[in-house]
Write a protein that binds this ligand. Sequence first.
Ligand code: SF4
Ligand code: SF4
Ligand code: SF4
Length: 318
Amino acid sequence: MKGRRRPRLSFVWLQACSGCEISLLNSGERLPDLLNKVEIVYFPLLMDRKCGGEGEFDLPEADVGFVSGSVSSDEHLTLLYALRRRCRTLVSFGTCATHGGIPALRNRWSAEATLETVFPGTPGQPTLPAEVPALLDRVYSVDEKVRVDFCLPGCPPHPETIAAVIETLVTGEQPRLPGKSVCETCPTIRTGEMHRTVRRFLNNAEYNSEEPVERMRCLLEQGLLCMGPVTVGGCGGPATPLCVQARVPCRGCYGPVRSEGNQLLDMLNVLASHGVDHRSIVDRQSLLRFSGAHGLLRSVRKTEGVVLMSEKGNKKSS
Ligand code: SF4
Ligand code: SF4
Ligand code: SF4
């Protein structure tokens, strides 16, 4: 990358909502300076450049490729392979790319069941519009399909963090990300006394709205399912985690603290070690709400008492 005056960046999205890219655009005063240092060669949210083709994507060469979204269809896979071939450094951008994110929730069902639910037809033969690409058997994170040089989790990543990562990468250096949990940047009061069961999300936290969040008791200790202990921090930048600022529990959107961690198992461990009855969690698989790739969220079998949406119109979880 050294020797180029303006490193070339490419932004590609797979199954994504554009929130990661919008977050970059939210980096405020830092953005114009950043844009002056790089050349953006592909960025569908900002510029119209046609790169599609029959079974191939003719992406421009780039020094750093950012890919957001999960890998859900054969079209995503083709696009991802093209990006990997045409960029020197590949950044997995946002939790959908690093851990499957929200799209990986469909891993609880087979691809066939998903299609039958969304495009109902005769049983076993959904009515698919011709332009719908073939779904993969499940939703994959980017690193399950290609070599990834750097993972930047977050749903979306914090704007300041994205800008800092780009600034570092274009100098050819390896960025550093926060490795601590959400709890470690949370200022709430912990007493060591836990509520023995998990209360539903419908229950509000107890706090005095006239007082700062520093005077509020830890939400997990109040019995709310706060995923702070098993989620990597950084959502609030150097400040209080975003959800805790809003007095609601962390739902785990930055993914596990260790990139290979399992938020479901880690959270059950946390609860068990504090004597909390894990059976009071209404839907344990929701602990993988943002990290259901890497083969963690498996299709539930009908023999386990699950009725698929396509069969009943209403989902009944195990
Ligand atoms: S990580 Fe979040 S913001 Fe980024 S594409 Fe996925 S859902 Fe959207
Ligand atoms: S469990 Fe939640 S409220 Fe408690 S310290 Fe951790 S992030 Fe803060
Ligand atoms: S507190 Fe948790 S769920 Fe909320 S933004 Fe931060 S990491 Fe995401």
